[in-house]
Design a protein around this ligand. Structure first.
Ligand code: TNX
Length: 540
């Protein structure tokens, strides 16, 4: 435990003497559960897991119970026996009780540990999954680990927990477009998210620097767009390099399944109409000046103004073809189309685009941007999906079904929610995990900013400007790990944790229970778990 956490812990233990609320807080701190559950009532004694302990589950609960058995197997060194029915004593029981759905929702659960049994109940399998994550966190941190540990008493403190999330969208974004992220690294990222009860992983699959998803109809997107050939001089000698990579459709199906087993929906992001350099070098006909492209040396392609596509009808059709394959691969109701940072000034300079604006009787370039997004919105809606875009999609008028991801502060989210649109809060101020998390002199090089752990913890996703009805449109929040400066998994995890632990609590736990000092004491346990999992993090 760090000195900071130790001091906070001492302060809280003093506070526990006074009120019963604090008694439960003190119990939860020793338990180290993150995110903090809605209610915790500690009891006396503990339940011990031994080789003789059975996990009892039937029907839809059995799949969740077997995830518990697998999660504990590496540390225990054996698999707990999974059975359909047994007398209660000495068992861990995992049950779906549909009637609980009304009180706890799809993701809520109850967990009761006595000296005789542990019982996890939920209205739906997702809730059982989260109850099981809590059980993993009630055990000593090594129980989450990947190594067999001998001589640890595997005991669960007696406790009664009732729990459900505050928000339905609890997301993180990863950016394989800037630096490709191999499949096993994505899996590890998903595992660690699940332990913290996150349920949305946005994958930023395309950008100027790379196109990372195989599209069968347009094979050049990955054959050309996934690689960035260049030559560099190393010790006076020219060396050719070819960094990059992409996910095959099989990889994608695997990741979608892997995430779904952990109740995480992968939200694909296919950027348009800007951040499309990799698509344009692969298929120049969607660019503004196709004939000019061949004159561009490779390194310049990524920064040249061709990075914004030409929203002519053929480009719309091209991207709708892409989205057709994307929808086939990702069951997510939400499909993200980017929409940010389009330098529409390039459309102002372009004769053809000006003609398009006149022909379609649009007001200006912002109107053309909005028209383009509406084409995608209508297309996705006709397939039963919902378009999500960064808050620039508000310019020139919001498409009817669009969900707004508010990144340039809260303003976009407020405007959209007031207009009756759903929003996900993702402001740079509190959720940009590519920003520095300590003094820039001592941290690895980052894109900029200053976003410390405490500031993440203090974040409130519902903007004060919204009334209660409008606030219902805030689906939740999401942190962004933009990849310009993050080229490997160790660094990615360093930027993610412990800030993502703080965010998990912002998005899951009741606002009134937030307490920074107390969070820090529980965080000590969480960091021990991350160590056991060999997940890198920034030490406090
Ligand atoms: C802005 S956030 C971007 C990203 C960059 C990020 C760097 C957003 C919608 N666009 O393309 O990676 O800043 O912090």
């Amino acid at each position: 435990m760090s000195e900071l956490a130790r001091r906070a812990s001492a302060r809280i233990l003093t506070a526990t003497v006074y009120t019963s609320v604090w008694v439960s807080v003190a119990a939860s701190q020793t338990m180290g559960i993150i995110p903090l559950p809605v209610s915790i009532e500690p009891g006396d004694g503990s339940f011990s897991i031994t080789r003789a302990t059975c996990v009892v589950a039937e029907g839809p609960a059995a799949a969740e119970a077997s995830k518990l058995v697998e999660a504990l197997a590496p540390a225990l060194g054996y698999r707990l026996k999974l059975v359909g029915n047994l007398p209660a004593k000495g068992t861990i029981q995992v049950k779906v009780e549909p009637s609980l759905r009304e009180r706890l929702g799809e993701e809520g659960y109850e967990l009761e540990a006595t000296t005789d049994t542990v019982v996890i109940r939920a209205g739906a399998p997702a809730g059982l999954f989260y109850g099981i994550q809590t059980l993993r966190q009630l055990l000593p941190p090594a129980a989450c680990g990947r190594q067999k540990v001998d001589g640890v008493p595997w005991s669960v403190p007696c406790v009664r927990i009732r729990d459900f999330p505050r928000f339905q969208w609890r997301g993180l974004l990863i950016d394989p477009a800037r630096h490709f992220i191999p499949v096993p690294d994505v899996e590890q990222f998903i595992d660690t998210m699940a332990l913290h009860k996150f349920n949305r992983l946005q994958m930023h699959l395309t950008d100027d620097q790379g196109w990372r998803i195989e599209i069968k109809k347009y094979p050049q997107l990955v054959q050309t767009g996934a690689w960035m050939d260049f030559t560099t001089i190393v010790q006076g000698k020219a060396e050719s390099k070819r960094p990059g990579g992409f996910y095959t459709q099989e990889d994608i199906r695997h990741l979608v399944r892997y995430a779904a087993e952990r109740y995480i929906i992968i939200v694909p992001e296919i950027e348009m109409p800007a951040h499309t350099g990799a698509a344009i070098v692969s298929y120049p006909q969607i660019g503004l000046y196709p004939q000019k492209l061949n004159d561009l040396p490779v390194p310049k392609r990524w920064t040249a103004h061709e990075g914004v596509l030409a929203p002519r009808p053929q480009s719309v059709a091209f991207l709708q073809d892409v989205l057709t394959e994307v929808m086939d691969l990702f069951p997510s109701k939400y499909i993200h189309i980017g929409g940010d940072e389009a330098n529409i000034a390039h459309w102002k300079e372009c004769e053809e685009m000006q003609g398009l604006i006149r022909e379609m009787k649009l007001k200006d370039e912002a109107g053309l941007h909005s028209w383009f997004i509406r084409q995608m919105d209508a297309f996705l809606a006709s397939h039963g999906r919902k378009l999500v875009g960064w808050d620039e999609i508000l310019q020139g008028g919001l498409a009817p079904g669009a969900v707004v991801m508010s990144w340039r502060g809260e303003a976009g989210g407020i405007t959209a929610a007031q207009a009756g649109h759903d929003v996900v809060m993702a402001p740079t101020s509190h959720t940009y995990f590519d920003y520095y998390q300590g003094p820039s002199q001592t941290e690895p090089k980052a894109i900029g900013g200053d976003l410390r752990l405490e500031k993440v913890y203090q974040y409130e996703p519902i903007p004060a400007a919204l009334n209660a009805d409008q606030a219902k449109h805030v689906l939740g929040g999401q942190a962004q790990l933009w990849g310009e400066y993050i080229s490997n998994q160790k660094h990615r995890l360093y930027m993610t944790y412990p800030r993502a632990a703080a965010l998990s609590e912002v998005l899951w736990s009741p606002r009134a229970s937030h307490n920074w000092d107390q969070f820090l004491t529980r965080l000590a346990g969480d960091l021990e778990r991350l160590r056991a999992l060999e997940v890198n993090y920034r030490p406090l």
